[in-house]
Design a protein around this ligand. Structure first.
Ligand SMILES: [Zn+2]
Length: 434
């Protein structure tokens, strides 16, 4: 849809920066696929330096790095009518979860609108107030909840950000099975370290192609736009009709907020530090559960079956381990759906090796029965302490994440976390290269 909008607007207007693909609260119960919204900045035609952001029908799409001049009301109205027409033609309104919204604003609303929409449930009333206050042009369809996403996408000013290059299918192929060679995706993934979440090598899952019947052929995510453009040429596939680079909050962990257990709300996404309160158990369906205690309360944490080998890590935890959990909160019962964990300290678990040795005769004592202690039959000395040794642990402290096949759009891959830590150490600033 953004592709059509850019196609229609680019002759008369300047595209500013990259179009934006903004993911919002992944835990909303009425979730549309991926809960995403798109935004685009548009200004008057000008002669500022331009960068290539895509190709549509063989022609380059270039955008300006900054505004030259604001639009006047007639131009805004023109853009509003054009985008509304495209939205009404292209939105799949027959899908009960599709509730489109269109918003045009001269100045973006406060960033808190975005922060709220990515971390909690925002009401339509909150957004309508903002839209009126900012004299926005807007049109909401069906239950109008699309206005929330649209406004939040405008309110997003990147602190951390990534990019996604999206390649579109030729119209004659829409609705047919996508032809994308998985081997070329694997190769691209291995040879382009600044990209992420392309391919799950262990579970053989190609993550770059969508499953929905949309016109997208594939999307590659990464930190470097030039690498992404090169990466598209490495994919062997059916013909690519057009492609565009989007700026995005995917892979940033923007949805997560530190929270004590006592204040955890359903549908939020949290970071909680606490101790494992019981040994993990595997329940029917292969889901692994344990309880976390942070001193303010206890909450169940779950690694569900689709998180595959991540469950092996969770099964390796023991009561007393100090960990930090990252995940979305399910309602009823309130449960943290784990996205990753940081193991901070593994508790020392002692296991009995032998009965205690008698200090007088040097022989092993005998057990007096379960929980009754030990006694030397010769000297009559007693002890409650058997000989012990530390239990070897299968885990080491550090971060562990769910595999690519189970990763959420907003989850920051460890690959990116390690890069920003490294950047912080070498240059003193955390962040992503342009
Ligand atoms: Zn003895």
């Amino acid at each position: 849809m953004v592709k059509t909008i850019i196609q229609r607007l680019r002759d008369e207007y300047e595209i500013i920066g990259y179009p934006r693909l903004v993911r919002l609260n992944p835990n909303v119960p009425w979730k549309t696929r991926g809960n995403g919204a798109l935004s685009l900045r548009v200004g008057k035609k000008g002669d500022t330096a331009k960068q290539k952001i895509g190709e549509i029908n063989g022609a380059e799409v270039r955008s300006s790095a900054s505004f030259t001049q604001e639009l006047d009301d007639n131009q805004r109205n023109d853009i509003f009518q054009t985008t509304r027409e495209i939205l009404e033609q292209q939105a799949r309104v027959e899908d009960e979860n599709t509730n489109p919204g269109l918003v045009i604003m001269t100045t973006p609303p406060a960033r808190t609108i975005y922060e709220n929409a990515v971390t909690r449930i925002v009401t339509l009333d909150e957004i309508l107030g903002t839209l009126q206050h900012h004299h926005a042009w807007f049109e909401g369809y069906k239950n109008k909840r699309g206005l929330i996403g649209a406004t939040a996408a405008i309110a997003w000013t990147p602190m951390d950000r990534t990019f996604e290059v999206i390649a579109y299918r030729q119209k004659e192929n829409w609705g047919t099975k996508r032809n994308v060679d998985p081997t070329s995706v694997k190769t691209m993934d291995e040879q382009t370290p600044s990209t992420f979440d392309n391919y799950d090598h262990r579970n053989n899952h190609n993550r770059i192609t969508p499953n929905s019947p949309c016109p997208i052929l594939f999307g590659i995510r990464g930190d470097n736009t030039q690498d992404l453009i090169i990466a598209t040429t490495m994919i062997q596939s059916e013909p690519v009709d057009s492609w565009l680079v989007f700026e995005s909050n995917q892979g940033t962990d923007d949805h997560l907020r530190p929270s004590p257990v006592s204040r955890v709300q359903p549908y939020a996404s949290v970071i909680i530090e606490g101790k494992v309160a019981d040994n993990p158990t595997t329940i029917q369906g292969g889901h692994v559960l344990f309880t976390l205690n942070d001193g303010t309360g206890t909450i169940p944490c779950a690694a569900y079956e689709p998180t595959k080998e991540f469950r092996r890590i969770i099964r390796g935890l023991y009561t007393g381990d100090l960990i930090e959990v990252y995940g979305g909160v399910r309602e009823q019962p309130l449960t943290v759906n784990l996205e990753k964990i940081n193991i901070k300290h593994l508790t020392n678990i002692l296991v009995k090796t032998e009965n205690p040795v008698c200090p007088l005769c040097g022989k092993h004592m005998n057990s007096k029965g379960t929980g009754q202690g030990y006694k030397c039959m010769t000297c009559k000395t007693t002890s409650n302490q058997p000989l012990v040794k530390p239990l070897p642990r299968s885990l080491t402290p550090g971060f562990y994440e769910v595999p690519v096949c189970a990763r959420r759009h907003l989850s920051k891959p460890l690959k990116r976390m390690l890069v920003s830590q490294k950047t912080a150490m070498t240059t003193g600033t955390a962040g992503t290269p342009r």
